[in-house]
Design a protein around this ligand. Structure first.
Ligand code: GLU
Length: 291
């Protein structure tokens, strides 16, 4: 029988807070109940926002909470060649295209359309979809701009990828943490438009690195917050076009702040280090997150 494999995958771009503690402890609890493995993955592809100090803080906070994980820890920044290989396949299959519009160009383009009374579509996070005007650029023009060092990002041609897949996509979602039942959820990658898959200088994005790593690490159970529920649709599409196996998912409730809103890394009072320094124990943290 193959072992079930769970992972907790924080980004070292801030202090861990109660929301992370819940996610990490829930992964630990579910892995233990299933007799499975627990991996820790450091998602540090954003080398400008991720720091060694935050990474050290993650290990310190998780050890304090009593979390154990397999070594070595996979640090995404050490595996850019794996993501480059996946990106090269997507480029070869023409499922991605170089997108040249800058943020301000995108804003101006959309403002112009909205001025003419047209509501511009937004993704599930409320961000306007990429206009994709340059999807139609002739190959020669793309080459000319890239040779001229124009900044660009590789964006997923979601229509081309969906057409290639040729069928509706779904994912398996557990209905609760006991893993006793599942249901199929319709994956809706088109809701996100042509997402960024890689940047000119970094051969990956969150979505690409996650699907490559979940496959390379044989992750069978992705347990993470509900804030990533809709994003799973994009990840299913990438798994499908890259021929990667699909894990099963459980998107857990979010730990909310006193104002009823999602916790953010800037909320110091729910930071694990702050709570520890104020005398809280790991058991207090468990109670605070409802475990
Ligand atoms: N690194 C992501 C985060 O910290 C989580 C990714 C995932 O669990 O798929 O929000």
């Amino acid at each position: 029988m193959t072992l079930l494999t769970f992972r907790f995958a924080p980004s070292p771009n801030g202090e861990l807070h109660l929301g992370h503690a819940y996610s990490a402890l829930l992964n630990q609890q579910m892995a233990k109940a299933a007799g499975g493995r627990l991996l820790l993955r450091i998602e540090d592809i954003d080398t400008t926002r991720c720091t060694p100090q935050f990474e050290a803080g993650i290990y310190r906070d998780l050890k304090w909470l009593g979390l154990g994980w397999e070594e070595p820890v996979r640090r995404q920044s050490g595996h850019f060649t794996d993501y480059q290989a996946a990106l090269d396949r997507l480029i070869g299959q023409e499922f991605v295209y170089p997108a040249f519009m800058s943020r301000s160009e995108i804003r101006a383009f959309i403002a112009d359309r909205e001025k003419r009374g047209r509501d511009w579509p937004r993704d599930p996070d409320g961000v306007p979809l990429y206009p994709a005007a340059d999807k139609a650029l002739p190959v020669k023009e793309r080459r000319r701009r890239i040779a001229g060092n124009a900044p660009f990002a590789w964006r997923l041609d979601v229509d081309a990828a969906m057409a290639h897949v040729g069928k509706a996509l779904s994912w398996t979602e557990f209905t609760d943490e006991t893993l006793s039942a599942t249901r199929q959820i319709e994956a809706r990658p088109r809701d996100w438009g042509d997402v960024i898959v890689a940047r000119r200088d970094v051969p990956t994005s969150y979505h690409l690195a996650v699907v490559v790593d979940d496959a390379l690490q044989a992750v069978s159970h992705v347990v993470r917050g509900k804030d990533l529920y809709a994003a799973t649709g994009v990840q299913r599409l990438l798994q499908e076009v890259l021929g990667l196996p699909q894990p099963a998912y459980f998107h857990h409730r979010l730990v909310l702040g006193p104002d009823g809103r999602k916790l953010s890394k800037s909320l110091g009072d729910t930071g694990l280090a702050t709570l520890r320094e104020a005398g809280a124990s790991p058991d207090d943290v468990r109670k605070l997150v409802g475990l």
